[in-house]
Design a protein around this ligand. Sequence first.
Ligand SMILES: CSCC[C@@H](NC(=O)CCC(=O)O)C(=O)O
Ligand SMILES: [Mg+2]
Length: 372
Amino acid sequence: MRLRRLTLHHVSLPIVAPFTTSFGTETVREAYLVEAEVDTARGPSVGWGECVAMAAPVYSSEFLSASVELTRRWLAPLLFAVDDLTPETVGHHLRGVVGHPMAKAAVEMALLDAQLRTDERSLASYLGGVVDRVPSGVSVGIHDDVPALLRSVAGYLDEGYARIKLKIAPGVDLEPVAAVRREFGDDVLLQVDANAAYTLSDAQHLRRLDEHRLLLIEQPLGESDLRQHALLAQQLETPVCLDESITSAEAAADAIALGAAAVINIKPGRVGGYLEARRIHDLARAHGIPVWCGGMLETGVGRAANIALASLPGFTLPGDVSGSKRFYDEDITEEIVMTDGSVAVPSGPGFGVTVDRGRLAARTTATTVLEP
Ligand SMILES: CSCC[C@@H](NC(=O)CCC(=O)O)C(=O)O
Ligand SMILES: [Mg+2]
């Protein structure tokens, strides 16, 4: 294919309720969608991608305006210069640009969507999906008090979510977890996510979570603390899951080899795209490491693609693949609906969803048009 134009649609989506993690509170999701216009062997096509970087470098070192600038100054010119571009070679052509996996993932996504639409093939089929529905978990932010948390969890359980993930931080961990266990019983699939808020010196404190029979504890320590996660894992019964630390298949291999990850949260944006995400899936599966699909408050574009990824056989734990309404009153695509604890794997060509241009325009704060 040949890339003719990249349009970055900067969008601002209000979140239905403040979402608080150990690194801050989000009330609006700033993001950008990548619209790629390409010429393929079968004629012109358009594909969509989504950059999951946050507005500020609080989750990882990437942030949206840097991703836009990187795409404008380096990623787009490199890709415009390629005559026989394919989604599978985007990573190769961008190898001279160090880092920035989220920015790279967004453009690779758009080219992959464009190619799959031309081929009339779904992303799930292309990646090797084996199921047509996947279990839907939900991520629950830190609340002001336990009663408010219990009301939120009760609501999600009433909706049918298959798994509850609680954000925790020092001082807001043992009490809320114990309260949820006490209120909803032992059968609820329950896990926690610290977003790197603890240090190895907290090991004895974190051991006290073991009594609550959690599925896992996600990213308790810092992104670069692989060895320390391995030492922590030796002290906990609760399986350690890594998120922020797993920035590539190579990082996943190191984490597995070091015993730092008993479970891996795969986020295509964080690792540089859906092809790298599949490589991590394959690697983890070869080592008997369960994986699940994480979330970055994606719009229906990224959400639909994540659900397709979650249909691969190694995704044996419910992912953060909630319905659109978990975060947004109105999505930019058709609504992703969770019913009876699962979401349908999109079966249409490409990512299987359609960007509603009216809704997109209503949420667009700026547009960056990139041409050769
Ligand atoms: C704004 S927090 C984004 C990162 C966080 N994501 C979630 O908690 C899931 C969000 C979602 O369901 O999209 C994580 O560390 O796993
Ligand atoms: Mg996480």
